[in-house]
Design a protein around this ligand. Structure first.
Ligand code: SAH
Length: 526
């Protein structure tokens, strides 16, 4: 018999202070992403890109720690320290995701000290700090052999009424190096005054960069003499960085991020299954911000009784037919749930609608016996008819609501057809509200349509009562169609197509958008 051993207490967890980078989710480190993917508790603040949260496991507990300058602290620093300690003590793997770099004006030092004092194990992962990112994304090399040999990072958050500053403005002004000021927007007049007072030239170039490395980046350039006015006129609010020094002048040549053809454009993409990710990827490469609206949402059917019955007598079938990827997925999910697998499908031949469906089927261990040349229901029906379906038993696993052309054609040719719904298409729950809110707030510049069904789905999604109402909703929004057939569908709803490529492909569509907006016309359709 085994010796009695007392229950082990939960191993104390560990806290990882992880730099999220400045905003662009692509700028997190590989180490940071690795840890995010394993987080049990994720505590994040407002500067950390929300797009990074999706890397955390679905089971992770997400805690917003707030913190932004001013009155909106949702947690005090002490409370955040306590949160870290408590979650770690309960045995959890805690990721504390912080904007930029944790140790650069991020109070990561305080958090690490508190963890040390509490005896909690921790690690720190550096991040791309917003100073270097803002400079890079504004086209400003913070050092350059011809202009400066030093760069200083400072906080502009000091209380201007404070008697003695911790910042040595005299030497900063005198050394002539590049200065990057965090949290300095409110105090910009004081900062400027200090530099001028200590002899930095009024003609020194200054850039202010807000939301650097995100689609919302804005940059204002001036000199120490006029930057305050320019920032006020442009309405620049935090978070923003101030970059002071001759290197700012290089932006004229090096600005690359804001010069991308679709920078600053918000493009709505109504999603069909296959194309959306490719379109979004290409638009984002061209600088656009994409808002994706899935118009369908796939769910299991309410009851699998019919499928279960047919699975019991699957060997009586001559053909199993899959008309979609989801048909394959949901069919096999149920098969496995019943404790069966591919071996139990011995007997019937298998027909699929196209190559990707055949590829997916292979992943489940089965080869398709028939793939039509034309990947449509009609093509599939024709190919099956060629095999001689009279008197054959055919099972079609498909969506609950679908076109009836395939079963009807097969029945017409004398086949015994059993249609088995294995999944259903439902309208996605939250897409409508988000879409309407964005349209009403004029947050969308262009909507892209890549097929007639994306147009129909979109119209269904917004649920406008009339063509007039639809036109009103889309007032001022550019409409892009991939080709003439899609264009015709758009016109049938009383809408005008603004952008349509000559080549009817995703690349063609992106090129047409780029040509439309890239030629200096940044205002959008009239
Ligand atoms: N640890 C962070 C800095 C936190 S202090 C880092 O390493 O970047 C908060 C300040 O950082 C903001 O007030 C702003 O000055 C700056 N900041 C952070 N992210 C920024 C961004 N994307 N664009 C411009 N400034 C940013």
């Amino acid at each position: 018999m085994e010796e009695f051993s007392p229950p082990t207490p939960p191993t104390p967890g560990k806290v990882y202070l992880v730099g999220a980078g400045p905003g662009d989710p692509g700028l997190i480190t590989m180490r940071g992403k690795y840890l995010l993917e394993r987080a049990e508790v994720l505590i994040y603040d407002y500067l950390a890109s929300k797009n990074l949260l999706r890397y955390a496991p679905a089971s992770a507990e997400l805690v917003y720690a707030g913190k932004r300058g001013g009155l909106e602290h949702t947690h005090t620093q002490d409370e955040i320290n306590q949160l870290l300690i408590e979650h770690a003590r309960s045995g959890k793997m805690v990721v504390r995701l912080k904007g930029g770099d944790p140790f650069i004006f991020g109070r990561g030092g305080e958090e690490a000290e508190a963890l040390h004092d509490a005896g909690i194990a921790f690690e720190v992962v550096p991040g791309v700090t917003s100073a270097t990112a803002a400079a890079t994304y504004a086209g400003i090399p913070i050092t350059h052999r011809d202009y400066t040999a030093s760069v200083s990072f400072l906080t502009g958050h000091e209380d201007p009424g404070k008697e003695r500053s911790h910042i040595d403005w005299a030497s900063l002004a005198a050394c002539g190096g590049t200065l990057v000021v965090y949290m300095g927007i409110k105090n910009l007049p004081v900062i400027k005054g200090n530099l001028l007072k200590h002899g930095r030239a009024a003609t020194t170039p200054v850039a202010v960069v807000r939301w650097a490395s995100t689609p919302e980046q804005r940059t204002v350039v001036g000199t120490l003499a006029d930057i305050c006015d320019k920032v006020r006129e442009a309405g620049i609010k935090p978070p923003a960085l101030i970059i002071v020094g001759e290197v700012v002048g290089l932006r004229e040549k090096i600005d690359w991020f804001e010069k991308r053809p679709l920078f600053g454009k918000r493009i709505a993409v109504t999603r069909t299954r296959e194309q959306a990710s490719e379109l979004v990827a290409q638009l984002e490469e061209a600088g656009a911000e994409c808002l994706e609206y899935p118009t369908i949402h796939v769910e299991p059917v309410e009851s699998y009784e019919l499928l279960d019955e047919e699975m019991e007598r699957i060997h009586e079938y001559h053909w199993i037919v899959f008309t979609s990827l989801n048909g394959v997925r949901y069919f096999f999910e149920r098969l496995f749930a019943k404790g069966l697998d591919a071996r139990d499908l011995k007997g019937p031949s298998i027909a699929v609608i196209g190559k990707s469906t055949a590829d997916l089927l292979r992943q489940y261990g089965l080869r398709a016996n028939l793939v039509p040349e034309e990947y449509t229901a009609e093509g599939l029906a024709e190919a099956l008819l060629d095999t001689g379906v009279g008197g054959r038993n055919i099972l079609i696993a498909r969506a609950k609501v679908a076109r009836e052309i395939l079963p009807e054609t097969l029945r017409g040719a004398g086949a015994q057809v059993m249609v088995v719904p294995v999944y259903q298409n439902m309208p996605p729950p939250s897409a409508r509200d988000a879409l309407l809110a964005n349209l009403e707030a004029s947050r969308i510049d262009v909507i892209t349509f890549t097929s007639s069904s994306t147009v129909k789905n979109f119209v269904d999604l917004v649920g406008a009562a009339s063509h007039e109402e639809l036109a009103k909703l889309l007032d001022g929004v550019g409409i892009a169609a991939i080709g003439p057939i899609t264009g015709k569908t758009i016109a049938s709803y009383g809408l005008t197509v603004n952008i349509q490529p000559e080549q009817y492909t995703i690349e063609g569509l992106v090129a047409a958008l780029t040509a439309y907006y890239g030629n200096g016309d940044r205002s959008g359709p009239a």
